[in-house]
Write a protein that binds this ligand. Structure first.
Ligand SMILES: Nc1ncnc2c1ncn2[C@@H]1O[C@H](COP(=O)(O)OP(=O)(O)O)[C@@H](O)[C@H]1O
Ligand SMILES: [Mg+2]
Length: 317
């Protein structure tokens, strides 16, 4: 029996529907259940062929459990090693290398020094930074947001240099990115499951939360295809199995805004019933596919093209 587990936090709609849907399919040798943990011993199998992780980004204990499960053969979705390593600024840099349009972005040292550091720890950093060049490059208004974060937390729109310095002063130890504003005519949030199944959801971020998936954006065939290609390319390079990519369309060009989400929002109350049904069905089929491909004790994780190509090059030396 290949077991598929789901690890989750406060959310209920997606995990319950996912387990139910996998089991309804009655695939021989496959069953799904909520992950149950009562001890974690180094190097010991979790007992699951596949685990869908919806919460370890918030619970470091779970992240350690999942890495131990992975080295013992579990296909963890998403790969916990990769998303522990990446962050938004790196992902933007990667996008620039694979021809995916992204807003101009710079990274800024944290306003407050990290614990146990002092001025001496920053000898390599110019003070002040070359703000003129930075502001000329980004322009105003601009967005400022944490390089590792999500859920719209600490996302600021800044009007000018003074506003930037004032708001940056509120961000404590967070490392922030300053980013060109994309004044968009359309916006899409795109699910990508298994690096191949894409659902492009019109999304109006300027609406109140419960109405964000209600909009009359309609991409047309050409833009739809372009966005699908971008979404798949990003997910392949990053190695995310279960991700959302946000695209802001300006002058017909889709700019990737937010595209590394270890556990993208799938609540029925936010994405709406039709999108929810698609996510449940696609995730159930994909988890079953991965469980059927699962090989005992092997590395069953997905690694992105960025890592795979680096590893392949290493073999030449
Ligand atoms: N560069 C940008 N241009 C225009 N709007 C942006 C930009 N960056 C962020 N936003 C707006 O802010 C929202 C939250 O930012 P996002 O990068 O998605 O952060 P989070 O990971 O917290 O969701 C986006 O959905 C979008 O509406
Ligand atoms: Mg977002």
């Amino acid at each position: 029996m290949k077991k598929i587990g789901i690890l989750f936090g406060k959310e209920r709609s997606f995990p319950d529907a996912f387990v139910k849907r996998v089991n309804e399919k009655n695939v021989e040798g496959i069953m799904a259940e909520p992950v149950h943990i009562d001890k974690v011993m180094q190097g010991e199998s979790s007992g699951y062929a596949v685990i869908i992780d919806r919460i370890s980004q918030d619970i470091p204990f779970y992240r350690a459990f999942l890495k131990n499960a992975a080295i013992s053969g579990t296909a963890v979705i998403n790969n916990p090693f990769w998303w522990s390593a990446d962050e938004k600024f790196f992902n933007n840099a990667l996008a620039t290398k694979i021809d995916v349009p992204v807003p101009k972005t710079v990274i800024i040292p944290s306003s407050t020094m990290p614990p146990d550091t002092s001025g001496e720890s920053f000898s390599n950093l110019a003070y002040p930074l070359d703000w003129n060049s930075i502001f000329n490059y980004i322009g105003f208004p601009a967005y400022m947001k944490p390089h590792a974060g999500g859920g719209w937390k600490s996302v600021y729109k800044v009007a000018n240099a003074d506003d930037f310095f004032a708001k940056h002063g509120e961000t404590g130890e967070l490392v922030m990115m300053l980013q060109e504003e994309i004044v968009f005519e359309q916006y899409y949030r795109c699910y990508c499951i298994g690096g191949k199944h894409v659902r492009i959801m019109p999304y109006e971020p300027r609406n109140p939360h419960h109405l964000r998936y209600v909009s009359d954006f309609n991409p047309g065939e050409e833009l739809h295809q372009l966005m699908t290609d971008i979404v798949i390319r990003l997910c392949h390079y990053l190695g995310y199995d279960f991700n959302t990519v946000e695209l802001a369309v300006r002058d017909g060009i889709p700019y990737a805004i937010d595209f590394g989400n270890p556990a993208p929002d799938a609540e029925v109350t936010s994405v709406g019933q039709e999108n929810f049904d698609w996510v449940v069905e696609t995730a159930a089929n994909y988890a079953i596919e991965r469980a059927l491909l699962h090989e005992d004790g092997k590395d069953n994780l997905t690694w992105g093209e960025y890592v795979k190509r680096s590893a392949a090059r290493m073999k030449l030396y």
